[in-house]
Design a protein around this ligand. Structure first.
Ligand code: E4P
Length: 224
């Protein structure tokens, strides 16, 4: 499973990218709006963080014809491998068909139902992004929806992966990790909670204390 950061706070993304084994960054218009800056300024800095081969996902906002034009500008300014995020609507499906035929990396987004996932895959998307927590909030089962989409791809021989999004807790991420979906994009606050655990901290503190008792305060394996 690819592990992706769902944020555009440059300092936070830089910190998480440095510490955790991440494969890329996803953004959407709302995430970019939080920066209050020019989108391309922010996205260029995110591209620098993930490097030329890291995944960067950028969403378009117009109708089919406009989406195709937006995709060209996004790829010109941020690299041809940039994933163009396209909402899974009828207009979006039309744009996906055109862009996938041109070899553009597409992430089908705003997915709330398995049928959206199926149609996005048929239209050539590389990823389909179900919004796990938002689905839960509607009274449905976000994890099950993501698993159903994963199964639909497998059972139909579709070359598309689930990129689950909209997580609000570690359990949601873990359930889909166990299932072996293609990718999860997770906000920085949730990432920071994934392995935050008093038992871990306490175990490490005890190791440090015991070692200090053996070789002296502040000494490490380099200087004893
Ligand atoms: C990612 O592709 C989605 O845009 C994002 O994860 C939605 O997350 P939210 O429900 O936390 O806004």
């Amino acid at each position: 499973m690819k592990f992706i950061i769902d944020d555009a706070d440059i300092e936070k993304v830089r910190e998480i990218w440095d510490l955790y084994p991440c494969d890329g960054v996803t953004t959407n218009p709302s995430i970019l709006a939080k920066s209050g800056r020019n989108p391309y300024e922010v996205l260029t800095e995110l591209r620098e963080i993930v490097g030329k081969d890291g995944e960067l996902h950028v969403q378009v906002v117009s109708n089919a014809e406009g989406m195709v034009k937006e995709a060209a500008v996004i790829r010109e300014r941020l690299g041809e491998n940039t994933f163009v995020k396209i909402p899974t609507t009828p207009q979006g499906l039309k744009a996906m068909k055109i862009l996938s035929a041109q070899g553009v990396n597409i992430t089908a987004t705003a997915i709330y139902t398995p049928m959206q996932g199926f149609l996005a895959a048929k239209a050539g998307a590389k990823y389909a992004a179900p919004y796990v927590n938002r689905i839960d909030n509607m009274g449905y089962d976000g994890i099950k929806t993501a698993m159903d989409i994963h199964d639909i791809f497998e059972n139909n021989g579709l070359n598309t992966e689930v990129l689950a999004a909209s997580f609000k807790n570690s359990q949601q991420v873990l359930e889909l990790t166990k299932y072996g979906i293609g990718a999860a994009t997770v906000g920085t606050a949730v990432i920071e909670g994934l392995i935050k655990n008093a038992a871990i901290t306490s175990a490490i503190d005890a190791f440090v204390d015991d070692f200090a008792g053996l070789v002296g305060e502040g000494k490490t394996m380099m200087d004893c």
